[in-house]
Design a binder for this molecule. Structure first.
Ligand code: PMP
Length: 477
């Protein structure tokens, strides 16, 4: 066996190092050496996780199958047991390092390690963890003030929740109460949450059905790649007008959408769409809700909030995920006038925005600003998008590269003309990339889009590694 290959295989920049436990003998090593012959170097990273002596993947999988929801799914044929994380890297049970280019929309790191966030959480936990309601607490008020400071216009009142689902449920309820109407318009291919109302507004996937809700209408998706009107946002917007004219009594409670659909496959709404729709909704007396659960908190690089790129100001903004970098917290921000509707109801959320979560989320916001992560998302995201664009020129199977900042999508098709979804191929490429140390997400209506949404500390070297690995996986197809 060639010495240089072995050296490279177990060097600190190889995803095969450090191994806390030997992989399964000769077969694993020769398989690894075969890949190492073409394996690009993962950027060096001076950290080794502590040894892991807990249950192995097979045992966890068995328990999960027996005791957890059967609707849970796994990304890989052999699900990974991830036991450690540091910045943009994850480590499995053998201490093998992976570049996390999906990360659950964590902002400052993979969601586990930033010292300033950890310190804020620990300090607040030591001092007091309690419910959000009942008493005064500075952590909650301070974070609400800081969050309101990031908002345009009169969006100054914050309701904290525990998740994105709760935030969207609350936003839709506020819209219904404020307008006295029931009808909500959302987009086809949208995802807004997992409770009854939000699953009604969700219209994602052709392989599973949403939960039907009365009074929810799904409008034509202003999808620039597959949509009938290409990038002409105003033409798609006419569908919303028609829904209001013919599908409702002429009034609506509201319209909810993301600026870039995340689960939907990183679809950036066609330019001109949101301004036209917001005008139509306002005219019909409804409220415009921007779901910033994925695109918010600096991810798009050019702006702090996704909707800002479209030049609109919503009536209600919802957020989660990146707000807390993994801490369970969400929020709804609206105007003082609209917020008043809940004073006529008994509305409270026991733990939404509790002192520990708000202290942690406030630290996240400070880190985003201090470490200029929005700027990083713009610079590294543009670089990565260019490199992915170059891959598209080389590999026929890449039909589209899209997105903004560190919210990027790569759509796979077997035929560029017909745009036939390359469903099996994408699964294969994803497995290969995992084997070479890169984790990406998958989504879109047909499940044929790579979702690349890494933590915002992602570097250009990481972007190079990801593209080199994808190039190799695609070349082997
Ligand atoms: N809105 C969007 C755009 C989302 O992507 C998600 C989660 N994927 C949600 C809402 C729901 O958030 P949660 O899972 O925190 O309830």
């Amino acid at each position: 066996m060639q010495r240089h290959l072995l050296r490279r295989l177990f060097s600190s920049s190889s995803p095969f190092a450090p191994q806390k436990r030997a992989r399964s003998g000769l077969a694993a090593v020769s398989e690894a050496v075969e890949s190492a012959a073409v394996l690009p170097n993962m950027p060096p990273f001076g950290y080794s996780p502590p040894p892991y002596d807990g249950p192995r993947a097979a045992e966890i999988l068995r328990k999960r199958s027996e005791f957890l929801s059967p609707s849970m799914f796994y990304l890989y044929k052999k699900p990974l047991n991830i036991v450690d994380g540091k910045m943009q890297y994850l480590y499995d049970e053998d201490g093998r390092r992976y570049l996390d280019a999906f990360g659950g929309i964590a902002t400052v790191c993979c969601g586990h390690c930033h010292p300033e966030v950890i310190e804020a959480i620990i300090n607040q936990t030591k001092r007091l963890q309690h419910s959000t309601i009942l008493y005064l607490n500075n952590a909650i008020a301070d974070f609400a003030e800081a969050l309101a400071g990031k908002m345009p216009g009169d969006l100054k009142v914050v309701f904290f929740t525990n998740s994105g689902t709760e935030a969207n449920e609350l936003a839709m309820m506020i819209a219904r109460l404020y307008t006295g109407c029931h009808d909500i318009i959302s987009l086809r291919n949208a995802y807004h949450g997992n409770a009854a109302g939000t699953m009604g507004a969700t219209a994602q996937c052709n392989w599973k059905f949403n939960v039907v809700q009365s009074g929810v209408h799904h409008a034509l998706n202003p999808d620039q790649y597959r949509g009938v009107f290409g990038s002409d946002g105003e033409k798609y917007a006419k569908d919303v007008e028609e829904i209001i004219n013919y599908g409702t009594s002429g009034n609506v409670a509201g319209f909810i959408s993301e600026a870039i659909q995340g689960v939907g496959g990183i679809l950036e709404l066609a330019p001109g769409y949101l301004p036209a729709v917001y005008k139509t909704i306002k005219k019909a007396g409804g409220l415009c809700i921007a779901d910033e659960v994925q695109a918010g908190f600096a991810r798009t690089g050019s702006h702090f909030w996704g909707f800002e790129a479209h030049g609109v100001v919503p009536d209600i903004v919802t957020m989660a995920k990146g707000i807390g970098n993994g801490i369970p917290i969400g929020a709804v921000v609206t105007t003082p006038e609209i917020a008043q509707v809940l004073t006529r109801r008994s509305y409270f959320n026991t733990f939404g925005g509790n002192p520990v979560c708000t202290a942690g989320a406030h630290a996240v916001l400070k880190v985003i600003e201090k470490e200029k992560l929005q700027e990083n998302a713009l610079i590294v995201g543009s670089y990565l998008k260019n490199r992915l664009g170059a891959l598209q020129e080389k590999h026929e199977i890449i039909g589209d590269v899209r997105g903004r900042g560190l919210m990027l999508g790569v759509e796979f098709v077997t035929d560029r003309q017909q745009k036939t979804p390359a469903k099996a191929e994408i699964v294969h490429v994803m497995e290969q990339m995992k084997d070479m140390g890169v984790l990406v997400g998958k989504g879109g209506f047909h499940g044929n889009v790579f979702r690349i949404t890494p933590p915002l500390c992602f570097t250009k070297e990481d972007a190079d590694f990801l593209t080199d690995v994808m190039d190799i996986a695609l070349s082997k197809l």
